[in-house]
Design a protein around this ligand. Structure first.
Ligand code: PLP
Length: 462
């Protein structure tokens, strides 16, 4: 293996090199992401409108489009020390296997018990809930990574944590559930009899296995009807992208330290938080006209919000009780086929990333499931890490870019986000190995059904 002499195989940062503030990319955006709207009045939502649902300081972060840097409280930096910095790894073995002149780096976020980047925001959200004197928080979880991360964060700050877990995952991923319970969280399969919305859904659809949108509605109901509770969310929101900027800032500091300049930056996109975090400081340079980078969002062809969605105000949940967000969306009624990248099945996308994409500052590609698992396996066999299916979308796109370099002879530097590990996704790997995995791509007519559910009101033309 021919290793660059001056660059370590894995780049870590020293404690004194770690970022002390998160970077808020919205401060540098000329076209700001559109504000959240009240679903009934269609008026922008201010602090007071949001405070029954969200924690006060997190609302401030959500609404802050002007401060480029927001200090990371010492308590959060102390927690980050347990598992950060995450390594920036040069994928020498993969490069050799692909026989590409490209230089491939990945930022690995799977080195903590929750197994993904979600802990970066979970700990911040739990901290602000504790600081506000709350008893606990509620949330939903689909694949389970967010619920696990939040359970860890809540136990650290001694907060109660109520997780509504999509029933199908609750049944299919009992071990995820037990990890959450180990950290003291209560885990309820959704839809459940514990909420009015859950009872309504169960009455209308007996035997339903649930959906993310439905679990969100239940978690919000519980937060707003119990004193001392607020609802927290693991992706999509501006505040989550802000916390996840720790990924990009560490990456940038590490690359600057060794004079590495990426040409292409790649991340998988579910609700957009890891990608938004990874690209933020690079996007900042791009927005300020200092540098240029190619930035690629990778999504499943079965849930193609960026590549086939509409840019419009839409509901974030099935119950239609959450604020409206302007984003690339497939419609809140869109139910993606049972693909195995659980964390990439949300119908919408972060408003911040949606605006950046709309303004031509980033690209998006959709990839099919079996090709993603091929890439996952190829990566696991040479780099040692068993990647999460979500992360493997980014691997697939990075491999494709590296193979293009092989054709053209270009020595591009590619960096991608490896968001987590896939130990709880072995049923999906099993399907892939047995040849039972399918590639479902929704037809235009199927997507139209989802688009028909996007609310129509003056100013929301799409
Ligand atoms: C949740 C999750 C994602 C997708 O969420 P984003 O908010 O788009 O980052 C990707 N990878 C892993 C491992 C996840 O847990």
């Amino acid at each position: 293996m021919k290793q660059d002499k001056n660059i370590p195989y894995k780049i870590y940062l020293e404690e004194n090199e770690m970022p002390t503030a998160w970077y808020n990319v919205r401060a540098d955006m000329k076209n700001k992401p559109a504000p959240l709207l009240n679903p009934t009045t269609h008026e922008p939502m201010g602090h007071d409108d949001l405070s029954p649902v969200f924690c006060d300081e997190l609302i401030e972060q959500e609404l802050n489009d002007t401060d480029a840097y927001i200090e990371i409280p010492q308590e959060i930096r102390d927690f980050y020390k347990m598992y950060r910095p995450s390594p920036l790894v040069r994928a020498y073995c993969l490069e050799e296997k692909l026989d590409t002149p490209a230089k491939i780096y990945y930022k690995f976020e799977g080195n903590n018990t929750s197994g993904s980047h979600k802990l970066n925001s979970a700990i911040a959200q739990a901290y602000y809930a504790k600081k506000q004197g709350l008893k606990g928080v509620t949330t939903e979880t689909g694949a389970g990574q967010w619920g696990t991360a939040l359970s860890m964060a809540c136990s650290y700050f001694d907060l109660d944590c109520k997780v509504y877990m999509v029933k199908v995952s609750y049944e299919q991923k009992p071990f995820r559930r037990e990890v959450m319970r180990t950290y003291g969280a209560s885990v309820t399969p959704s839809p459940s009899e514990t909420t009015a919305i859950g009872r309504k859904i169960l009455a209308e659809h007996p035997g339903t296995t649930g959906s993310l949108g439905c679990a969100i509605s239940e978690a919000v109901e519980v937060a707003t009807s119990n004193d001392g509770y607020r609802y927290v969310l693991g992706s999509v929101l501006n505040q989550v992208l802000l916390h996840q900027s720790i990924i990009g800032m560490e990456t940038k500091i590490a690359m600057d330290k060794y004079g590495i300049v990426p040409d292409v930056i790649i991340g998988c996109a579910g609700g957009g938080s890891n990608l938004g975090g990874l690209i933020s400081p690079f996007m900042g340079e791009k927005l300020r006209g200092e540098k240029d980078y190619r930035i690629i969002a990778v999504e499943p062809a079965s849930c193609p919000s960026f590549t086939r969605g509409k840019f419009a105000y839409d509901f974030c949940d099935t119950g239609n009780i959450c604020p409206l967000a302007k984003m690339y969306t497939l419609g809140s009624g869109f139910i993606p086929s049972a693909n195995h990248a659980g964390g990439l099945r949300f119908h919408g996308m972060s408003s911040t990333l949606s605006q950046l994409y709309h303004d031509g500052l980033m690209e998006a590609v959709a990839v099919e499931q079996t090709s993603v698992f091929q890439a996952a396996e190829q990566f696991a066999r040479v780099e040692g890490i068993l990647p999460a299916p979500e992360s493997s979308h980014a691997i697939k796109a990075a491999i494709d870019e590296a193979l293009k370099c092989k054709e053209t002879g270009e020595e591009k530097t590619i960096v991608f986000g490896l968001t987590g590990t896939g130990y709880f996704d072995m049923v999906a790997y099993e399907k892939f190995h047995n040849g039972d995995m399918t590639d479902y791509i929704p037809t235009d007519a199927e997507l139209q059904v989802g688009f028909d559910g996007i609310p129509k009101f003056p100013g929301n033309e799409f």
